[in-house]
Design a protein around this ligand. Structure first.
Ligand code: GDP
Ligand code: IMO
Ligand code: MG
Length: 400
């Protein structure tokens, strides 16, 4: 069976959760390889809503194998709560020894930095945990398994994180408090931690690699600094799980029929008008993690083409087509105007300076009516839209 990746092609919230759940019917193992509790992946089953933050989506079928790889930053307290909420679902959980932990002061730092000059983060301590990881002062899952090792790792982290004391003039949380807090998870981690790289290398069955966030939030290739702090693109799978990319056989890209974004940053097709409000209301565009209203705008094919390239996408999934039903006219961005020139490539380092050029479509309220819209996207992207999702429930999806 082939291994597949399911990736977000916009600024996150494309409907990855629903699509992972759909594919997970035929797979036993689903892997998260980056991000952390900043993610919010929604799945509806029998009109009941489930939101996955750190666990992979797709567990609701039962008897699945959930894997959290080394590139994920973990909030252990939230992870345990998430597991408790799924108490009636049976699944196996493996967490990589190398994964870094989000510490209580990372969350305080995130809150403080957001006040100082924020980008609109989810305030989950994501960038602060990755900062410590790359500064080589993070605490990892493996450290928690041994008291002495934990003390050593936490002491180093404390030395470096005293920025809270010196920089922000706030009191650092007491060392012993954090040490005891982490030790409380030792039993849980003894049961669930593993060498995930080894497990995946030796896995004989198919795997779903579930992306979090979206391509345009990638730390290198997104709208920096208005991005998240991990790599969200397909190559992240290789780097963060320690496997060759040849183990990923097919890349499935998920995108909405329009565009949304949470937090600050450039957004060329944003609609600050009644159509934007319409998309937010009808699409229920409120953050799955923070509840914040999402910014809404037209579909941007310039960005989408870039995302298809960057992720080597083989098949596309279009979601939320139903949200467009009933609009009189639909716009799709096909190029940018920049300094008197027309561009078909996004200059992501200067995206605030472009003006979208639109192609107009007559509104539609069913699949048949949407066929011109769908074929146009396919020919622009030179890829097939194989699945169209038109509602939040599991069965509201059509294969072409
Ligand atoms: P993710 O982060 O990519 O998993 O996406 P989210 O779960 O944060 O946001 C997508 C939202 O759209 C969720 O509330 C889904 O239940 C919902 N959704 C997914 N697909 C569709 C669809 O085709 N139509 C509608 N109306 N809602 C959808
Ligand atoms: P899913 O997986 C949408 C955004 C935040 C902010 C920026 C940085 O559900 O698609 P962070 O807390 O990561 O430091 O915030 O990234 N962001 C998301 N936006 N969907 C997400 O995840 C997101 N995760 C982070 O709003 O702009
Ligand atoms: Mg989401």
């Amino acid at each position: 069976m082939e291994n597949i990746s399911i990736l977000g092609l916009q600024w996150g919230d494309e409907g990855k959760g629903k699509i992972v759940d759909y594919f997970a019917k035929d797979y036993r193992t689903i892997v998260r390889f980056q991000g952390g509790p900043n993610a919010g992946h929604t799945v509806y089953v029998n009109n009941k809503k489930y939101t996955f933050h750190q666990l992979p989506s797709g567990l609701l079928w039962g008897n699945k194998r959930a894997i959290i790889g080394s590139g994920v930053v973990i909030n252990l307290e939230l992870l345990k709560k998430e597991i408790e909420q799924l108490s009636d679902i049976n699944f196996e959980l493996l967490i990589d020894y190398r994964a870094n932990i989000i510490l209580p002061y990372h969350i305080l730092e995130d809150e403080y930095e957001e006040k100082l000059d924020g980008i609109g983060s989810t305030k989950k301590g994501i960038s602060q945990a990755y900062r410590d990881k790359y500064a080589r002062v993070g605490v990892r899952v493996f450290d928690i398994l041994d008291e002495k090792r934990l003390r050593r790792a936490l002491e180093r982290s404390y030395k470096f994180n005293s920025v809270l004391v010196y920089g922000y003039k706030e009191k650092m949380i007491d060392f012993d408090e954090v040490y005891e807090y982490l030790l409380n998870f030792r039993k849980f981690l003894k049961e669930h931690s593993a060498d995930v790289q080894y497990e995946i290398m030796n896995q004989k069955e198919g795997i779903i690699f579930e992306g979090a966030q979206g391509t345009l939030l990638d730390i290198n290739f997104g709208t920096y600094p208005f991005v998240t702090s991990s790599h969200t693109i397909v190559s992240s799978i290789g780097i963060n799980l320690g496997i060759p990319m040849s183990m990923v056989n097919k890349n499935i890209g998920v995108f909405k029929a329009y565009t949304t974004r949470v937090g600050k940053g450039p957004f060329p097709t944003e609609l600050n008008d009644e159509i934007g409000d319409y998309l937010r209301n009808v699409g229920n565009e409120y953050g799955s993690t923070t509840g914040r209203p999402r910014r809404c705008g037209w579909l941007d094919l310039v960005l989408l083409k870039y995302a298809v390239f960057l992720n080597d996408i083989h098949e596309l999934v279009l979601t939320k087509l139903d949200v467009l039903f009933g609009l009189k006219e639909i716009n799709v961005c096909v190029a940018y105007e920049y300094n008197g020139r027309i561009l078909d490539f996004p200059i992501l380092y200067n995206l605030e300076s472009v003006k979208p050029v639109y192609k107009k479509f007559k509104g539609f309220d069913n699949f048949k009516g949407a066929s011109e819209f769908i074929s146009f996207i396919e020919s622009y992207l030179n890829r097939k839209i194989k699945y169209v999702s038109y509602g939040l429930n599991r069965d509201e999806i059509t294969i072409f």
